[in-house]
Each structure stands twice: as C-alpha cells, then as structure tokens.
Design a protein around this ligand. Structure first.
Ligand code: 13P
Ligand code: SF4
Length: 308
C-alpha cells in the first residue's frame, strides 16, 4: 500500500478529517477531504463532526481549529510550521498598542497567535477583510493587524483610516516588480492576479486582488486566458486542476534565479510522510489554554457570523 492509501484507510478508521491549505504540496492536497483558503478552512473546522482534525497548513490555522473544537484532537504534521506574519506580532507588544487605544475596534487578520486573537474584537481573512472593516460603524476608529499590506489595501478600498501594525509576509513581500514587469512584457495579454499580502506596487499592477480561493474563482471565470499569479506557488496545483485550459505563470520573486516561483518554507514543512506519522501516532497535537481559548473564540465567532 502506498502512503496515500494508508492515510485514506487510517483516517476512516480513526474518524479523522484532513483539512489542507492551497499552499500545501500536491500530494497532501490530493489526500485531503477539503482544500481551501483560511476562511473556508475555519468554516470547515467549525462544522466538522470528525473526532480528529489533521490540519495540513501552518500553526495559526490549526490553532484556530483547536479554538473552535476544544474537545477534539487537532494535529499538525510539523509543529515548526509557523508563519512570518504571525511572528511579526508578539502578543505583549500588541497588548500595549490595544491598551493605548481603548476607543479602537481591533480587527486582526487570522494569521496571528491565539494570544493575539484573544486581544482582538473581530478576526478577518483576506476573503472577508473588506466586509469586516465595513461592519464597524464609520465613527469608530480601527486598529488593523498584523499585515500592513492587506491593511493598506483595505484602507484604500473602504476609505477608512486605520492604525496599522507593521507586519508582513516574507513570501508576498519578495515579489520583484522589475521581474514582474519583464514577465508581463514577455507575455502580452496576460492578466496579473495577486494576493493582498503583496506590496501595494504589485497590487496596483493586478487586474484582480483576492484571497487564494478568490484567485481560483477569478481564473475559473476566465478559463482560456493567461495569468501571472502573485501568491505562493502551491496554489498553481489546484488552479490548474480546476481550470486545465488556463495558462498559469508564477510571479517571480527577487531571489529566484533558478525557478520563477515563491514558496512558503513553513507551509512546505508538512510532507505526506509527516502527515501519515502524525495521524498514526496522534501527535504533534495543538493545545491552547482554556483561559486564552475562551477569549480567542469570541472574535473568531464574530467573523464566522459576519461571513455567512
Ligand atoms: P488565504 O486566506 O487567502 O488562503 O491566505 C492565507 C495565507 O497565509 C496567505 O499567505
Ligand atoms: Fe505566513 Fe506568508 Fe506563509 Fe502565508 S505565505 S503562511 S502569510 S509566511
């Protein structure tokens, strides 16, 4: 039996569900029960009746699933799979900012720790950030953390002035404008689509800006066109599967000289072997203290309610 078969049998036997992000390696996406963006994954985690959730993604995603499912086992194939954006916002420093602005509503991007969620009023993802910001009355000031690029983009879209945390994603900040423009010239008629964690000069070149799920939907609507895709290269697997006729080119990053793609080293820490081992041994497990969980679940539930 190969690993894929072994995982499929084991998950049935153990009543486990495998949730995977679009940035996971193709073989993990193929064995998953659901592949999606951060919002879709938290919605699935909220509604699953499986006893074990194997989260093929990064730590904050699995932690969100645990916050929503305190009695279930939530497993992450590699506990070191973190996120540079989540790391850019330590809870103690964030607490100081929140306490200094008691009149502000705190909207926090899901890419953050449980402790930071516990200090927040509403969580958002890249699919619903605009809607969440617009749900706050116009006269109420907003703190937006931790992604300054998404924050700047949403400020522009909503016309709201927000106090932005100075965080960023190493993968999305690595796209090279010069190389992107060169690639665009070499591919006349192509469309640039980008994730809002990218810097504003990249977003300004894009015909579509949205979450990973949004980008896939956009390509589905224009199935025969050519796209330069400015997000983590793992998305190309699902995108191409969904839209086989589309011509997809990964956007080049500053340091790529051998390949034209950007990869998230954290997302790529998970492998099919590690996924099998973690399901077999039911470790490593995600734990969140009850004190933090009780606070962190409130802004997540607010987001899920506003996203219906
Ligand atoms: P999405 O919610 O768009 O899938 O983004 C998650 C992420 O980590 C992007 O880097
Ligand atoms: Fe975090 Fe960036 Fe990786 Fe997404 S791509 S998980 S934001 S480091």
């Amino acid at each position: 039996m190969d690993l894929h078969q072994k995982i499929t049998e084991l998950k049935k036997k153990k009543n486990a569900v495998i949730l995977a992000h679009y940035y996971q390696v193709p073989e993990i996406q193929e064995v998953a029960d659901y592949v999606g963006d951060s919002l879709g994954l938290s919605q699935k985690a909220a509604e699953t009746d499986a006893e074990i959730i194997v989260f093929a993604g990064v730590h904050f995603m699995a932690e969100t699933a645990k916050i929503l499912n305190p009695t279930k086992k939530v497993l992450l194939p590699d506990l070191m799979a973190g996120c540079s954006l989540a790391d850019s916002c330590p809870a103690d420093a964030f607490q100081k900012l929140v306490e200094a602005h008691p009149d502000h509503t705190v909207i926090t991007y899901v890419n953050c720790s449980a402790e930071v969620k516990a200090l927040s009023d509403i969580i958002c993802t890249s699919s619903n950030a605009e809607k969440i910001v617009n749900s706050v009355p116009k006269d109420v000031p907003i703190i937006f953390a931790p992604d300054k690029n998404l924050g700047k983009y949403i400020q522009k879209k909503t016309g709201r002035k927000m106090l932005l945390w100075d965080g960023a994603c190493i993968v999305h900040e690595a796209f090279s404008m010069d190389k992107l423009l060169k690639l665009y010239k070499e591919n006349p008629g192509s469309k640039i689509i980008a994730h809002p964690e990218s810097e504003s000069h990249i977003l300004e070149t894009a015909t579509y800006v949205g979450s990973t799920a949004g980008m896939i939907d956009y390509v589905k609507k224009h199935p025969t066109e050519k796209f330069i895709v400015a997000t983590e290269a793992g998305i190309l697997h699902k995108m191409q599967q969904e839209v086989p006729e589309a011509d997809l080119i990964p956007a080049p990053s500053e340091e790529d000289n051998t390949c034209a793609c950007s990869e998230c080293a954290f997302m790529k820490m998970n492998t099919l072997q590690k996924l099998y081992d973690c399901l077999l041994n039911e470790t490593p497990q995600i734990e969140v203290s009850e004190e933090i969980r009780k606070k962190a679940i409130l802004p997540i539930e607010r987001m899920l309610e506003l996203s219906k």
